[in-house]
Design a protein around this ligand. Structure first.
Ligand code: GDP
Ligand code: GDP
Length: 435
């Protein structure tokens, strides 16, 4: 479980600028895939000692009467899930009644808050930071998000304060292959989890407990051990009166992070929503094996089925590596194949890849299709070795590698994928340049 940092503040104080700074990644994966709609609200940060999720709470709206309560409630949800809060204020506007109202709310949460005074890029504004002491949130941290002044110092301090990630992925609690079942409310997650566990020859172990809101369910099938990470929480059975759960993106992200393979359910009758596409983008960014389950396939006529298939290809071109399964969790159609697919994807994402083989594939790829010239000099790619598993990481050494265009990276990924027959998982490339 990764810690969660929430960005809070009035509109225009610089939250999304800071968010972009935090989630800017040098990974090949995200930036280079056209069609990948980046969620501008949720991101995964890898910059220093600790990894974490960041949430841009966006929406605090001010009215003549103060803070809009409905908008504030949205922010409260995000704050509830956060381990640490960054309250941003704008040095150019000075201390403001809106800031005070938000600060008061945040103080009541008892959570650690960093007060961040943004836009100090004009020298005369640096002194203003001091006036924000009045908010009672401790020492103000002056930064300029857009000019990258003070940001790294702030983030170093923040990361030092973050709790160490909990480790639910211990062998005891979640043995074997960890499978997250993720999707929006009502897509059929509980039905699928119950269906899988109800299969013949599935032996469900005692459950050692839950972590945050997901339930970990270890089980055995054909002598193989798996753990289902159930984000719907099938234990809600019986609690009849429970209102429809609020969809928690953080819960879904934590499950994806913890899993080896993600089964992402989409209600085929509703098609791919923007939220589906965003979360699927995060599966790619986090780098997990992925099965897209188009559920409720039972209710569709042939025209509708065609339409859904077309929509998937159109909306999710960046997920062409993922298997699509057309299933009915309710009737059990197609469900039996899911675990076989999980098994194959897990194998592909944990395979050992030899440096000599990777280097050979790289060199053949370069001969077949040369990297482009940059300012008259050709990008050189020399050798490759494996840099990690789940997802498979391929480290490529060469010259001017930071200039490689997205299209060429995609070409390399596809070439490695085909040559190594790695299906169902993203492949990450990392480049090391000797100049
Ligand atoms: P949000 O509404 O809180 O997400 O704010 P944005 O990140 O969209 O920023 C609002 C405006 O402030 C944009 O025009 C940014 O370019 C600008 N901005 C953000 N950070 C800085 C900064 O450090 N200095 C200056 N001068 N402008 C900034
Ligand atoms: P969750 O919120 O994602 O856990 O979704 P549930 O498993 O609670 O399912 C929501 C509703 O969809 C329930 O009424 C299920 O009976 C129904 N449902 C689930 N899977 C299917 C399916 O494959 N076909 C049909 N027709 N309905 C389904």
């Amino acid at each position: 479980m990764l810690p969660v940092v929430a960005l809070v503040g009035r509109p225009n104080v610089g939250k999304s600028t800071l968010f972009n700074y935090l989630t800017r990644t040098r990974d090949a994966l995200v930036a280079d895939f056209p069609g990948l709609t980046r969620d501008r609200q949720y991101g995964r940060v890898r910059r220093g000692q600790k990894d974490y999720f960041v949430v841009d709470t966006g929406g605090i709206v001010e009215t003549e009467l103060g803070i809009d309560e409905q908008a504030m409630r949205q922010v409260s949800y995000a704050v509830e899930e956060a381990d640490l809060i960054l309250l941003l204020v704008d040095a150019r506007h000075g201390l403001n009644a809106g800031d005070e109202a938000i600060a008061e709310r945040l103080r009541k949460t008892g959570k650690p808050v960093f007060l961040v005074v943004n836009k100090i890029d004009r020298a005369d504004l640096a002194v203003i930071a001091g006036e924000f002491y009045a908010l009672g949130l401790g020492e103000p941290h002056p930064i300029s998000a857009s000019h990258a002044i003070g940001v790294d110092t702030l983030l170093d301090e923040l990361e030092a304060k973050l709790p160490a990630p909990e480790a639910p992925e211990s062998e005891e609690k979640s043995p074997g292959i960890r499978i997250a079942v993720v999707g929006r409310p009502n897509v059929g997650k509980s039905t699928l989890v119950n269906r899988i566990l109800g299969e013949d020859r599935v032996v469900v172990y005692d459950q050692p407990g839950t972590t945050r809101d997901s339930v970990y369910i270890p089980f055995e099938r054909h002598g193989k051990v798996y753990t289902l990470i159930d984000t719907a929480g099938i234990r809600r059975r019986g609690r009849v009166s429970e209102a429809i759960e609020k969809f928690s993106v953080i819960k879904a992200l934590q499950a994806i992070e913890t899993a080896h393979v993600v089964i992402f359910l989409i209600d085929a009758r509703e098609g791919v929503t923007d939220q589906d596409a965003n979360l699927l983008g995060m599966v790619l960014e986090i780098g997990r094996g992925l099965i897209i389950g188009l559920n409720k396939w039972d209710g569709l006529d042939p025209d509708q089925k065609d339409q859904v298939r077309r929509q998937i290809d159109l909306k999710l071109p960046f997920l062409d590596f993922a298997e699509k399964h057309y299933i009915s969790a309710l009737h059990g159609t197609g469900v039996g194949h899911l675990l076989d697919a999980v098994e194959a994807i897990y194998e592909a994402s944990t395979r050992d890849l030899s440096a000599s083989r990777l280097t050979k594939i790289l060199q053949d790829a370069v001969v077949a299709h040369q990297p482009p010239l940059v300012r008259g000099r050709r990008i050189k790619l020399k050798y490759a070795h494996q840099g990690g598993q789940i997802p498979p990481v391929i480290v490529i050494h060469g010259n001017q590698t930071e200039e490689i265009p997205g299209a060429y990276k995609r070409y390399l990924i596809n070439t490695f994928r085909d040559a190594l027959d790695i299906q169902g998982t993203p492949i990450k490339l990392e480049f090391r340049s000797s100049e």
